[in-house]
Design a protein around this ligand. Structure first.
Ligand SMILES: NC(=O)c1ccc[n+]([C@@H]2O[C@H](COP(=O)([O-])OP(=O)(O)OC[C@H]3O[C@@H](n4cnc5c(N)ncnc54)[C@H](O)[C@@H]3O)[C@@H](O)[C@H]2O)c1
Length: 370
């Protein structure tokens, strides 16, 4: 799958050795024989602050696949933090293995010790295959952990502000496309009603939109329809995309935008919570050719990152929510830059991120006495 970040990463060396030209600051292999831990931590950039990014626990086919994933994901985190205006760099970690089979307290705590050994250059959080409870365990060995449970003083389930932030991005997109930051009466198709999607549906109903949903998990769809009887369900995701909707909100898997899915779309705007939505560069071109306004995923879904980032200074929900509300202004800025430079919004977001990272990193040339 192509990365959202528009500049491609260099190919990995054929023997799986870390590609020196990828631009990463640090890549650490972690191994603990007694617990069976095999992990890779990648720090893409600390130009803006400690590198924050989740831990993906996944049964990669081999180390090369795990390395490719962690390099790509850590870079994406740096861009997401930079555009969100956070004083954080970008990092990510992968633990190799099937979490359902090999995840143990000892393994998570061994991992925590490797995170701690980086001395705060990398701060971890949840991702696919890891939960808030896992972060509580990792935190027994490391102070550089966010995304812990609320009971442990953490930020809890980050889908809460992810969904809220997506609505802010949608409002800015509506203003750009339709002249008013208002979703009243708009027909919005939400693909995937898991943690993010179902919260998003609630916000949209409240905003007066007419909502259509699709999810292969029938129980999730039924739960949404029971809670919001005014919502309707499409037969499947193809039917949702082909429906007469104004806005398509992908909230399921990455890679949902390719030439075939973009051709199906009736919507004028794409704005959703899913990560890595663009499967190919040609999908981005097709979106532009068809004049469909695409809000870059990492701009729209930064609310979850903002939520867990807030935990670093002691979590305060109100402060995190106020910060997530600024996704409206960020989306505006991205669309403004795209218009000014005559480039797609995804490229504009990348440029804004790169600009902020290089401008703030340059401040280090100003010497401070201790
Ligand atoms: N949870 C967060 O805070 C957060 C933050 C940023 C980005 N994201 C991204 O948002 C997306 C959703 O995350 P989540 O936490 O809600 O995950 P989730 O696993 O809770 O929900 C995903 C839902 O998508 C459904 N789904 C799977 N394939 C589908 C398809 N083809 N069509 C329609 N629905 C399908 C699943 O049945 C499930 O209900 C992911 O891409 C994730 O990376 C999540």
């Amino acid at each position: 799958m192509a990365d959202v970040i528009t500049a491609p990463l260099p190919e990995l060396d054929p023997d799986g050795v870390f590609a020196r030209r990828s631009g990463h600051e640090q890549v650490v292999y972690c191994q603990d024989e007694s617990s069976g831990l095999r992990a890779i931590i990648a720090v893409y950039s600390t130009a803006l602050g400690p590198a924050l990014g989740g831990t993906r626990f996944y049964p990669y086919r081999d180390e090369t696949a795990a390395l490719g994933d962690v390099l790509r994901l850590s870079r994406a985190m740096a861009y997401k933090s930079a555009v969100a205006g956070l004083d954080l760099g970008g990092g990510k970690a992968v633990i190799i293995g099937d979490p359902a089979r090999v995840k143990t307290e000892a393994l998570l705590r061994a991992y925590g010790r490797f995170v701690q050994a980086l001395g705060g250059r990398y701060v971890t959080a949840c991702d696919i295959g890891t939960t808030e409870r896992d972060m509580d365990v990792v935190a027994r060995e490391s102070q550089y952990v966010t995304g812990r449970s609320r009971e442990a003083g953490g930020a809890g389930d980050s889908s809460e502000l992810t969904a809220y932030g997506v609505v802010q991005a949608m409002l800015a997109a509506a203003e750009h496309a339709w002249g008013e930051a208002d979703l009243t009466g708009r027909r919005i198709g939400v693909e995937g009603v898991g943690k993010v999607g179902r919260r998003l549906v609630g916000h949209l109903v409240e905003a007066g939109a007419s909502v259509l949903v699709a999810d292969p998990d029938r129980a999730s769809v039924s739960a949404v329809l029971a809670r919001y009887p005014q919502v309707t369900a499409a037969a499947d995701e193809h039917a949702l995309r082909r429906a007469e909707i104004d806005l398509y909100a992908p909230c399921a898997l990455g890679g949902c935008l390719d030439e075939s899915t973009v051709s199906e779309l009736h919507a004028e705007i794409v704005c959703g919570g899913a990560n890595n939505q663009l499967a190919t560069e040609r999908a981005q071109k097709l979106l532009s050719d068809r004049r469909i306004l695409y809000i870059p995923d990492y701009v729209a879904n930064a609310g979850g990152l903002i939520q867990v980032a807030d935990e670093i200074g002691g979590f305060a929900f109100g402060r995190a929510k106020a910060r997530a509300a600024r996704i409206f202004d960020t989306t505006r800025a991205v669309l403004g830059r795209a218009g000014a430079d005559g480039i797609p919004p995804a490229v504009a977001a990348d440029r804004l991120a790169q600009q902020r990272m290089s401008e703030i990193a340059a401040l280090r040339s100003i010497h401070l006495t201790a």
